[in-house]
Design a binder for this molecule. Structure first.
Ligand code: UDX
Length: 448
């Protein structure tokens, strides 16, 4: 099938490249000429494991190409996917849909300008958009292209950064929202490689249902995280161990083990933005989501609370102390710093007078744009020299098996605060360091 992807951000680029790997003929369109120039030279504008090879393979096979010209991009397309950003609108928390609407308008206008009698088009929103956006997209394209048949569907993505290609090719499910029989048939064709080897159920729903599934999924996952984070606090207060609690409840299949790792709070480009946008929808429809409200509030307060936890571990005083932060990105295997807990943690520590040194395998460049007065250091061993505490904020593999004895030799105060519970207390203690984890019996230090 001939597919065009509008937007070569995270979602657009990964989806476009994966569609071409399925065997479809794909054109990726982006307004930003510098991005297209990079892609044409085989350079990825984002860090995602395996993406560069995937793009190179499909470009070489002649199935994947890039352009800045939307009209040229959609000319021969059978299906056009919109994969542009939907950031949080400034001031009110609503999703900013201006890029989605502008893309719909441009696609329809380009089609309308082409010869009458050309074939129908399937227009699919992949971007995360609030319930009812498909209706508005349909209105826009009807107005801009009254002589063309454009079928509008919703096909939300569920890609995790760092595992996006795997998630695309081996998803738990694919959700396609449209009541139109022809659109359903075309979407079945698009995802045929997945149904052929029965690797994923393709779920057909109404368009509004598909739009809501995406938000409900993210809000539920965020709920699991805020839930286990509050349980972690209770573990610290009561002398229980959150990792054991998590395992103990997660082995119940009705609960499931995933997304029950206590930590410094969720971040990234999706959970914080999507939970807020869902709350706005709930407000608009006067149908409150009190659980999601609590999830957001718990997560917001948790990030700075982690800064206070580090200060408490240092005996309640941060002034004059050197804090080494290992891991800045919101999770490993990405360079994404958006809403990363590290930002609020570092700011809380700086406000209390601490000096910050920070390491991250991929995120230092992005972090430097968001933080001030932080010394960025490549090597974790160099970064802990004369430090008063080493704080694990992101569980990069590179920080999972550090030579703790080597660190202990150069640190000023022998203390580790492990906000991801990647180390066992015994091994840290035997290297000579005091250990403070999350939701652990001996880490019952005040965080509030
Ligand atoms: C998420 C969804 O997983 C994906 O389906 C959706 O399309 C986009 O949002 P992503 O933002 O890439 O993907 O990251 P994810 O791996 O889900 O992690 C989100 C945040 O939750 C990270 O900050 C992570 O550290 C945190 N998290 C995750 C926890 O604190 N504990 C957990 O158990 C799991």
């Amino acid at each position: 099938m001939r597919i065009t992807m509008v937007g070569t951000g995270y979602v657009g680029l990964v989806s476009g490249a994966c569609f071409s790997d399925f065997g479809h003929e794909v054109i990726c369109v982006d307004k930003d000429p510098s991005k297209i120039a990079l892609l044409e030279n085989g350079v990825m504008p984002i860090f995602e494991p395996g993406l560069e090879q995937l793009v190179a393979r499909n470009v070489q096979a002649g199935r994947l190409s890039f352009t800045t010209d939307i009209a040229a991009g959609v000319t021969n397309a059978e299906a056009v996917f919109i994969g542009v950003g939907t950031p949080t609108r400034r001031g009110d928390g609503h999703a900013d849909l201006s890029y989605v609407f502008a893309a719909a308008q441009e696609i329809a206008a380009a089609l309308e300008a082409q010869s009458v009698g050309a074939s129908d088009l399937l227009l699919v929103t992949k971007s995360t958009v609030p319930v009812g956006t498909g209706d508005e997209v349909e209105r826009i394209v009807r107005q801009a292209a009254p002589n063309r048949v454009i079928r509008v569907a919703s096909n939300p993505e569920f890609l995790r950064e760092g595992a996006a290609i795997e998630d695309f090719k081996r998803p738990d499910r694919v959700v396609c929202g449209t009541d139109d029989g022809i659109a359903r048939g075309m979407l079945s064709q698009v995802y045929r490689p997945l149904s052929l080897n029965q690797s994923a159920p393709v779920l057909f729903t109404g368009r509004r249902t598909a739009e809501l599934i995406k938000y409900a999924a993210n809000a539920f996952l965020a709920t699991k995280i805020s839930f286990i984070n509050e349980i972690a606090d209770l573990c610290e207060a009561t002398g229980a161990d959150v990792q054991e609690v998590s395992r103990g409840i997660g082995l119940d299949n009705r609960i499931g083990r995933k997304f029950l790792h206590a930590g410094p709070g969720y971040g990234g480009s999706c959970f914080p933005k999507d939970t807020l946008a869902l709350l706005k929808t709930a407000e608009d429809y006067q149908s409150p989501l009190r659980i999601v409200e609590a999830v957001v509030a718990v997560n917001d307060s948790r990030k700075r609370a982690m800064g206070r936890k580090v200060i408490a571990a240092m005996g309640g005083e941060a002034r004059g102390k050197v804090v080494t932060i290992l891991g800045l990105t919101f999770k490993p295997n990405t360079d994404d710093m958006r809403d990363s807990p590290a930002i609020a943690i570092i700011q809380a520590l700086q406000d209390a007078g601490a000096t910050i040194r920070a390491c991250d395998p991929e995120g230092m460049q992005q972090a430097a744009k968001m933080l001030t007065d932080v010394a960025f250091v490549e090597d974790p061993y160099e970064a802990v020299t004369d430090a008063d505490v080493v704080v694990i904020v992101t569980e990069w593999d590179a920080y999972r098996a550090l030579d703790l004895s080597r660190m202990a030799k150069t640190m000023r105060t022998l203390l580790m605060v492990d906000l991801r519970n990647v180390y066992a207390m015994d091994e840290v203690n035997s290297a000579g360091l005091t250990y403070v984890g999350i939701g652990k019996r001996d880490s019952a230090l005040s965080t509030h």
